[in-house]
Design a protein. Structure first.
Length: 301
């Protein structure tokens, strides 16, 4: 499985493309304690090929991410990443995460210049972003295998700004650039989802960035063709078996509780593995439901 874990359900930003910017949204104050983390590890981490800490909320607000990472290492999870807006990080905190065994930090930034960055991410400080990016260079010196990924969600108002990302590729030790087309996920203060009309401008910027990434051996996760406003469908529905979301109030599937014996026994009881085999061998031409939220785009390899 790919395990996506929100140890808390709050955020210190109100990014315009995120449901946290909805004036009517009320964040959950519930968060995991040490006992729950250990139960989650015992039930899920042994099956995980990847653990991503931070999915919809800001994990920097959680005080014991080192325990999560230590538990993941105890169960030999091959890859552990940490998705964050970076505002609460400094060199010492990142060093502590790296020493615990964190493999990758993913920083969300949706503008490359101060005005656009702070406009798209209310609560953010442009100077703090650069302070953290510079500090990561020091972390990578001490931990050569530590990776930095930048996650840039592109919309009609920040496409042109994306071209300035070439400066970041020159000045910081970035391993992966991930450009994600905007998608409506819940109510948000940003309302322009008609991205397709910007295809020409987007294609020009993408060509520049892909060439620069290639020059600097940076992995680029970029789709060439912008999606329509509605999420397009694809024909292979594997993610429902491999995508596993966990939070203080949700554990993998709707009807599972940590108070039960084990997650695996719960799946067996509900004939999960039979359903997998049936879909693999008997079902054809399945389509991904538009309501599913495990991916925002396709990447052509």
């Amino acid at each position: 499985m790919n395990v996506f874990l929100d140890p808390n359900l709050t955020c210190n930003f109100r990014c315009r493309m995120c449901y946290f910017s909805d004036p009517e949204y009320k964040p959950e104050k519930k968060r995991m304690d040490d006992e729950i983390i250990k139960k989650v590890a015992e039930n899920f981490f042994k099956y995980a090929l990847k653990l991503q800490i931070g999915c919809g909320a800001e994990p920097g607000l959680f005080k014991n991410n080192e325990l999560i990472i230590n538990e993941a290492k105890r169960f030999s999870v091959p890859h552990i990443s940490f998705t964050t807006n970076a505002s609460l990080l400094d060199y010492d905190k990142m060093k502590s995460l790296a020493e615990s065994g964190l493999d990758e930090i993913i920083i969300s930034m949706h503008g490359t210049q101060k005005e656009v960055y702070e406009s798209m991410m209310p609560g953010a400080k442009f100077e703090k972003l650069h302070e953290v990016l510079k500090a990561i260079g020091g972390i990578k010196t001490d931990f050569p295998n530590f990776k930095l990924r930048i996650n840039y969600t592109v919309n009609p108002d920040n496409i042109e700004d994306l071209v300035h990302f070439t400066d970041y590729l020159e000045n910081y030790k970035i391993d992966t650039l991930q450009i994600r087309p905007i998608r409506k996920i819940g109510n948000s203060s940003y309302s322009d989802f008609d991205l397709k009309r910007k295809q020409e401008e987007y294609s020009k910027v993408v060509e520049i960035l892909e060439n620069k990434c290639r020059e600097r051996s940076v992995v680029s996760l970029i789709t060439h063709n912008l999606p329509e406003e509605q999420l397009y469908k694809q024909t292979l529905d594997v993610a429902k078996y491999t995508y596993c979301y966990i939070s203080p109030k949700y554990f993998g599937v709707d009807d599972y509780s940590l108070e039960e014996s084990s997650y695996r026994k719960h799946l067996k009881k509900n004939r999960f593995f039979t359903k997998v085999l049936r879909d693999v061998f008997l079902t054809r031409n399945r389509t991904v439901e538009a309501s599913q939220n495990f991916g925002n785009y396709d990447v052509e390899i």
